[in-house]
Design a protein around this ligand. Structure first.
Ligand SMILES: Cc1cc2nc3c(=O)[nH]c(=O)nc-3n(C[C@H](O)[C@H](O)[C@H](O)COP(=O)(O)OP(=O)(O)OC[C@H]3O[C@@H](n4cnc5c(N)ncnc54)[C@H](O)[C@@H]3O)c2cc1C
Ligand code: SF4
Length: 474
C-alpha cells in the first residue's frame, strides 16, 4: 500500500491504482502504415479515473517541475469532479497552448518526474489529463484567448514556433499590436514542420494560430528576417520591441565521406518535406525518397520522428546510435513507440562513411562498433571504437539527426547583438533582454535545441518584459 506523506491531504475518493490509466492508442502494426495520431486520448470516464489518482498534495512537487507553472492539483481536482470547463479555465490561465504541450511535453522529466505517486508506482498522467481537458474545450468551441482594447504599442516577433506564438498571445491579450514574421509559408515552427502528424496533428497547430489571429495577431509568412527586412528596419517601421524566436533549425552534419550522395537527408529537410509539404502524399509537388532500407543516425526525439516517418513510407529502418540504450536522449515513450512499430536499434554503432553506387545514390553505410569508456564533458560515457569491427549496413537512404543549432540569418544586419560561444543569441534567462535595448530573444534561438515548454516559458517571460519596456519607454 502506498504510504501517504504528511504533505498530503487525504481525499476521500482516491484511486490507489499504481499504474496510469492506459492511453487508448492505434495498434503498432496498424499505425506504422499511416500518419494518423497514435494516441487517441482519454474518454471522460478514463480522465476522471486518472484524476482520482492525484493525492492533492499541500506542497505539490509536480508544479515545481512545470516551466509555465500550471496549478496542477487544482485543475486535476476539477477533472475528478467532472468539471472540465473549470479545469480548462485553470490550465488556460497559465498555458496558451495546452493541446500542444499535453501531447509533446517531456512530462517524465518535468511535472510527472516530480509527482509523489511516482515513488511507488507510476506518476499521475498529468500530460494526458491536460490533453484531455484542452481537447474537450476545443470540441465545445471554448476560446481561451480574449484581447484587451488596443493600447497603441507595436511589437514584432521573428518566428512562429512555440516561443513566438506564446509571446504573441501574451502581448495581444494585453492590447499590444503584434506582427509575427515567419520565414516559412505556414506558421508553427517545429510544431508544423518538425513534429510529425502522428504525434501532433497539424489541424491542432493551425487552430491555435487561428485563435491568435482572432485576437488580432498579424502573421506575415514567407518573410525571412535578415534577408527581406532587418531588425533595425523593423524599428524604423515603428515596432518598439522585437522578439527573436527564430529557433535552432540549422542542421549539423557528420563530416564523413559520402554525405553529398543522393539519398542522404538532414532530418530537418526530411521531416519538413513530409510534414509541411505532405511528401507522403503521392500527389505532392515535392516528393521525398521512399527508401527500402533506411539508416537514421542519432538517438534523440528528432531521430525517432524521422525513423517512424521512414517506416510509414515503407522502409525497414535502423537507428544507428553510438552510445547504449541508457544514453538515448529521446523521450522513453518515443523509444517505446518506435520499437513497437518495428524500428531496429543498432546501438553502440557509429557511422564512418556513406557508400554510393555508380549513379551517385546511397548504397551502404559503413559503421563501426563502439564500447563505452570514461564519462566525457557531457557526463555521459564516451563511445570508444572497437578496432576491426567495421561493417557495411546495406541501405538506400541515410537520415542524419545528430543535432541542430541556431541559424544566424534572422540577426543578419544587427551587428551589435551579442551571441554566445554556441552561436545562440545572448539573452537574460528571466526577461529575454539582449545586448540591444528593445530587442529580446527566447526559445531555441537563445538556448540551442531544447523543448516546446521551455520555449513557451521563454515566450511568456519575454512578453512580460517587452510589455514593461513599451509601456515605460520615454
Ligand atoms: C523533429 C523534432 C521533434 C521534436 N519533438 C519534441 C517533443 O516531442 N517535445 C518537445 O518538448 N520538444 C520537441 N522538439 C523540440 C522543440 O520542438 C523545440 O525546442 C521548439 O519548437 C523550439 O521552439 P522555438 O519557438 O524556439 O523555435 P521553432 O519551433 O524552431 O520556431 C522557429 C521559427 O522561426 C522561423 N524562422 C527562422 N529564421 C527566421 C527568419 N530569419 N525570419 C523569420 N522566421 C524565421 C522558423 O521557420 C520557425 O518557424 C522537437 C524538435 C524537432 C526538430
Ligand atoms: S499530480 Fe502528483 S505531485 Fe501533483 S498534487 Fe497530484 S499527486 Fe501530488
Amino acid at each position: 500500500m502506498f504510504a501517504v506523506s504528511q504533505e498530503v491531504s487525504v481525499m476521500p475518493n482516491i484511486n490507489m491504482q499504481a499504474e496510469k490509466t492506459p492511453m487508448p492508442s492505434q495498434a503498432p502494426d496498424v499505425r506504422n502504415h499511416n500518419f494518423l495520431e497514435v494516441a487517441l486520448g482519454y474518454t471522460p470516464e478514463q480522465a476522471i479515473n486518472e484524476a482520482k489518482r492525484c493525492l492533492q498534495c499541500k506542497k505539490p512537487a509536480c508544479v515545481t517541475g512545470c516551466p509555465v507553472g500550471i496549478p496542477i492539483p487544482q485543475f486535476i481536482h476539477k477533472v475528478s469532479e467532472g468539471d472540465f470547463a473549470g479545469a480548462f479555465e485553470i490550465i488556460s490561465g497559465a498555458n496558451a497552448l495546452p493541446r500542444i504541450s499535453g501531447r509533446v511535453c517531456p512530462q517524465e522529466n518535468q511535472c510527472e518526474g516530480k509527482c509523489v505517486r511516482g515513488i511507488k508506482g507510476e506518476p499521475v498522467a498529468i500530460g494526458r489529463l491536460e490533453r484531455f481537458v484542452a481537447d474537450w474545450a476545443a470540441a465545445k468551441g471554448i476560446e481561451s484567448l480574449t484581447a484587451a482594447p488596443d493600447n497603441g504599442h507595436k511589437a514584432a516577433i521573428i518566428g512562429s514556433g512555440p516561443a513566438g506564438l506564446t509571446c504573441a498571445g501574451e502581448l495581444a491579450r494585453k492590447g499590444f499590436n503584434v506582427t509575427v514574421f515567419e520565414a516559412f509559408h505556414v506558421p508553427g515552427g517545429v510544431l508544423s514542420y518538425g513534429i510529425p502528424e502522428f504525434r501532433l496533428p497539424k489541424t491542432i497547430v493551425a487552430s491555435q494560430v487561428e485563435a491568435l489571429k482572432k485576437i488580432g495577431v498579424d502573421f506575415e509568412t514567407d518573410m525571412v528576417i535578415g534577408k527581406v527586412l532587418t531588425i533595425p528596419e523593423l524599428f524604423e517601421m515603428g515596432y518598439e520591441t522585437v522578439f527573436i524566436a527564430s529557433g535552432a533549425g540549422l542542421p549539423q552534419f557528420m563530416k564523413i565521406p559520402g554525405e553529398g550522395l543522393i539519398g542522404v537527408y538532414s532530418a530537418n529537410e526530411y521531416l519538413t518535406r513530409i510534414n509541411l509539404m505532405k511528401a507522403y502524399d503521392p500527389h505532392s509537388h515535392t516528393p521525398v525518397l521512399h527508401g527500402k532500407k533506411a539508416a537514421v543516425v542519432g538517438g534523440g526525439n528528432v531521430a525517432m520522428d524521422a525513423a517512424r516517418c521512414a517506416k510509414r513510407l515503407g522502409a525497414d529502418v535502423h537507428i544507428v546510435y553510438r552510445r547504449s540504450e541508457k544514453e538515448l536522449p529521446a523521450r522513453l515513450e518515443e523509444v517505446h513507440h518506435a520499437k513497437e512499430e518495428g524500428i531496429i536499434f543498432d546501438l553502440l554503432t557509429a557511422p564512418l562513411a556513406v557508400k554510393g553506387d555508380e549513379q551517385g545514390k546511397v548504397a551502404a553505410l559503413t559503421c563501426q562498433k563502439m564500447q563505452l569508456g570514461e564519462p566525457d564533458a557531457s557526463g555521459r560515457r564516451r563511445p570508444v571504437p572497437i578496432p576491426g569491427s567495421e561493417y557495411d549496413l546495406d541501405v538506400d537512404e541515410v537520415i542524419i539527426a545528430i543535432g541542430t543549432k541556431p541559424n544566424p540569418m534572422s540577426i543578419t544586419g544587427t551587428p551589435n547583438l551579442e551571441r554566445t560561444k554556441k552561436g545562440c543569441v545572448a539573452a537574460n534567462d528571466e526577461t529575454g533582454a539582449t545586448s540591444i535595448p528593445g530587442v529580446f530573444a527566447g526559445g531555441d534561438a537563445a538556448t540551442g535545441a531544447a523543448t516546446v515548454i521551455l520555449a513557451m516559458g521563454a515566450g511568456k517571460k519575454a512578453a512580460a518584459a517587452m510589455a514593461e519596456y513599451m509601456l515605460n519607454k520615454k
